[in-house]
Design a protein around this ligand. Structure first.
Ligand code: HEM
Ligand code: MTE
Length: 467
């Protein structure tokens, strides 16, 4: 009998390049798939996401791998077994406020571990119109609270003459259920491009601080109506407080205008479901606000309290953050009271394939990406250029049709275009147009701001053409 090679997790994790060999694991088995990478029907870049580690978290997303022919193919590359001791879970440090955070998907590109902030890699972001829950971008300011669904209560402060409510999860389920597809985008999406112009304060998001899900829940307007609220004061805001808080006990908070909250057409939800599942802990379990067409910061997670106030929320994240300024404003001169809080977002698009710096085949190139606009404005067109913006072609829009004034979700788009003969490099650019004929600015510098928000210039990718 042949002796089986035993490898440690560390050995496996050091095999992530063609030079060292590319290894992966499935269960306790170790495989050297170096020779298979370029043959992978899903493309080499996707396989490489799992290089040096387990396949399970990726294959859980792509059921095509649950077939005997895929297992047989993989078996040909087996080189040994994992050291059994490596299966023992590491002990957790309990004094760490983040020790109880949930386990995350390894495909996520982590911008900060504590608090957890991460985005899906571009090659997975537009693979699905609906982003799978485990790779939906995550933007946390604080540790993730661990809430008991049985004792959870949502406090809704009543109107004068109305009644305050203390709603259990069951109570929320008793309101009429609505389900809508909504794209969530962080104000800081594509901030890394602003940093290249001049330093900004914030996490280095690339193009992935945006994702799309089917959300189900009760309408905020129905819940507010039960607490006796009506649309009377036009300046009033609905303030939300999360159950995540910092060491001083300050909770995450944000607000939206009462007019939007009470408008049934605005479809603001108190969501308890994401893509047919209870909300994952990172995305607000058990209840979060979903405000279609509005910046991610207002979609308060782990929702604890809802109240109607004469003015917008006094939360730091409403008044001292998530605002846009002129490029001339710096941290010495900034007056946060002089600018309104961001609510609806401007038109946005980005290229997810090919990647910057990649080499593409001569002949034909396939370009893919996403496009979205705030306020329910539909994307009516995406223009793509291969020559830095001199000439343009119109991309094909995929994904769900958008309803007029209620285009809450993105369109994915693609363009197959011949590579002009003799071209050694391509400067690929995309720009979207929404149904208000709003367009994206062509460069970053004129929209640069000290906080690096609202980064929506034409997206540019430079690639080489293989000779
Ligand atoms: C498709 C094998 C890793 C994503 C496939 C198919 C095979 C395969 C045989 C075609 C299945 C069919 O159509 O019947 C493998 C092997 C892997 C691996 C042996 C590891 C050694 C990955 C990883 C990802 C991934 C890590 C994702 C991050 C995909 C996708 C498709 C696919 C999206 C579908 C492509 C399409 O429909 O165009 N893979 N795969 N694979 N794989 Fe993998
Ligand atoms: N809600 C609470 N309670 N705490 C938070 O840190 N982050 C906000 C918003 N809601 C946040 C929150 C920000 S800035 C964004 S962009 C979205 O949640 C991100 O939602 P996601 O993590 O589900 O993608």
């Amino acid at each position: 009998q042949e002796s089986t090679h035993i490898y440690t997790k560390e050995e496996v994790s050091s095999h992530t390049s063609p030079e060292t060999g590319i290894w992966v694991t499935l269960g306790s088995e170790v495989f050297d798939v170096t020779e298979f990478v370029d043959l992978h029907p899903g493309g080499p870049s996707k396989l490489m996401l799992a290089a040096g580690g387990p396949l399970e978290p990726f294959w859980a997303l792509y059921a095509v791998h649950n077939q005997s022919h895929v297992r047989e193919l993989l078996a040909q590359y087996k080189i040994g077994e994992l050291n059994p001791e490596d299966k023992v879970a590491p002990t957790v440090e309990t004094s760490d406020p983040y020790a109880d955070d949930p386990v995350r998907h390894p495909a996520l590109k982590v911008n900060s571990q504590r608090p957890f902030n991460a985005e899906p890699p571009p090659e997975l972001l537009t693979e699905n119109y609906i982003t799978p829950n485990p790779i939906f971008f995550t933007r946390n300011h604080l540790p993730v609270p661990n809430l008991d669904p049985d004792t959870y209560r949502l406090h809704v402060v009543g109107a004068p003459g109305g009644q305050s409510l203390s709603l259990s999860l069951d109570d929320l389920h008793n309101f009429p259920r609505y389900e809508i597809t909504v794209t969530l985008q962080c104000a800081g999406n594509r901030r890394s491009e602003m940093t290249q112009v001049k330093e900004v304060k914030g996490l280095e998001w690339r193009t992935g601080a945006i994702s799309t899900a089917r959300w189900a829940g009760a309408r905020l307007c129905d819940v507010l109506a039960q607490a006796g609220h009506q649309l009377c004061e036009t300046e009033a805001h609905v303030c939300f407080e999360g159950l995540d808080s910092d060491p001083t006990g300050t909770a995450y908070g944000a607000s939206i205008p009462l007019a939007r909250a009470m408008d049934p057409e605005a479809e603001v939800l108190l969501a308890y479901e994401m893509n047919g599942q209870p909300l994952p802990r990172d995305h607000g379990f058990p209840v979060r606000v979903v405000v279609p067409g509005v910046v991610g910061a207002r979609h308060v997670k782990w929702l604890g309290r809802v109240s109607v106030q004469p003015e917008e929320s006094y939360s730091h994240w409403q008044r001292r953050d998530y605002k846009g300024f002129s490029p001339s404003v710096d941290w010495e001169t900034v007056d946060f009271d002089s600018a309104p809080s961001i609510q609806e977002l401007p038109v946005q698009s980005a290229i997810t394939e090919p990647r910057d710096g990649e080499t593409v085949e001569s002949g034909e190139v396939t370009i893919k990406g996403y496009a979205w606009s705030g306020g329910g404005r539909a994307v009516i067109r995406v223009d793509v250029s291969l020559d830095g913006g001199l000439t343009w072609q119109v991309a094909k829009l995929d994904g769900e049709e958008q309803r007029p004034r209620k285009a809450w979700a993105w369109r994915l788009w693609q363009l197959k275009a011949p590579v002009p003969a003799g071209q050694k490099e391509l400067n690929i650019v995309c720009k979207a147009v929404d149904d208000g004929y709003n367009v994206q600015p062509d460069t970053v510098a004129p929209i640069w701001n000290l906080r690096g928000v609202l980064s929506n210039a034409w997206h540019r990718v430079h690639v080489y053409v293989s000779p």
